[in-house]
Write a protein that binds this ligand. Structure first.
Ligand SMILES: [Zn+2]
Length: 252
């Protein structure tokens, strides 16, 4: 009996040691980056893997935001498409994202004013333009069929990008044309925000605001980060020497 008790005790101690050693050897979870783009990339990785961290949507967060005001980490310009909600795909909570959503992620005058308010008054340091696969607005621009109501106004924002793409890449057809049009449209929106807004230009030159461009893939749940337009990429790479996460690159 005594030897059985001793064997059990030894077994328990060994198991305990095993658990401790196992914990010590297990890979430590990656810390959440503090830098805005890194934080969004991390949030999207978790979302795509189905490992959502609980976003801050609790009572204390609501109280804090109501009494202290908002301090979003990024402006996200995205499509109104119900499959692309920025807070969910980046795994962010209340007060984290300042979102400008329109069908086709186009930026009209009011959209531009919203971005200016965010970067100038709320001091938001990052503007993300997010397109997505299977975007209906881009599909409509490609189809070029007559549209009712105000829809032609929407397609007008995408049509010039498409015309240019068809001239420079006449071989592109079907899915490859759509894929490329979605990317070029996102880059065009980034460029146009910069060119049309003196407020954004000033803050960008001072290094107080960055751009990032991405395409959200509906099936995979992943954001593919795109190269920025040439003129903006040079500035971003210069800034990136002091903050590695700031350089948006091609790839998932
Ligand atoms: Zn869309």
């Amino acid at each position: 009996m005594k030897s059985l008790v001793r064997a059990l005790a030894i077994g328990l101690v060994a198991a305990g040691v095993g658990v401790i050693v196992g914990r010590m050897l297990a890979p430590k979870p990656k810390p959440i980056p503090a830098e805005p783009l890194g934080r969004l990339k991390y949030g999207n990785e978790m979302f795509a893997k189905g490992k959502l961290l609980p976003p801050a949507v609790d009572e204390m967060t609501r109280y804090k935001l109501a009494t202290e005001g908002q301090k979003p980490v990024a402006v996200v310009v995205s499509c109104s498409d119900a499959r692309v909600p920025p807070e969910i795909i980046f795994n962010q909570g209340l007060g984290d994202l300042f979102v400008v959503r329109t069908a086709g992620n186009v930026v009209d005058e009011v959209g531009l004013a919203s971005i200016e308010y965010a970067v100038e008054h709320l001091k938001v340091p990052l503007i993300v333009v997010l397109g997505h696969t299977q975007c209906g607005a881009v599909k409509a621009a490609i189809a070029g069929k007559p549209l009712e109501g105000h829809l032609p106004k929407l397609v007008e924002h995408i049509a010039p990008v498409l015309r240019r793409l068809r001239q420079t890449h006449p071989h592109l057809k079907g899915d490859s044309l759509e894929e490329r049009a979605i990317q070029e449209h996102v880059r065009h929106v980034v460029q146009s925000i910069y060119e049309r807004s003196a407020v954004v230009q000033k803050l960008y030159r001072l290094g107080k605001v960055e751009f990032a461009a991405g395409i959200y893939h509906l099936r995979e749940g992943k954001v593919e980060w795109l190269k920025l337009p040439e003129s903006l990429a040079s500035h971003a790479s210069k800034e990136a020497t002091s903050s590695h996460e700031c350089a948006p690159e091609k790839g998932h």
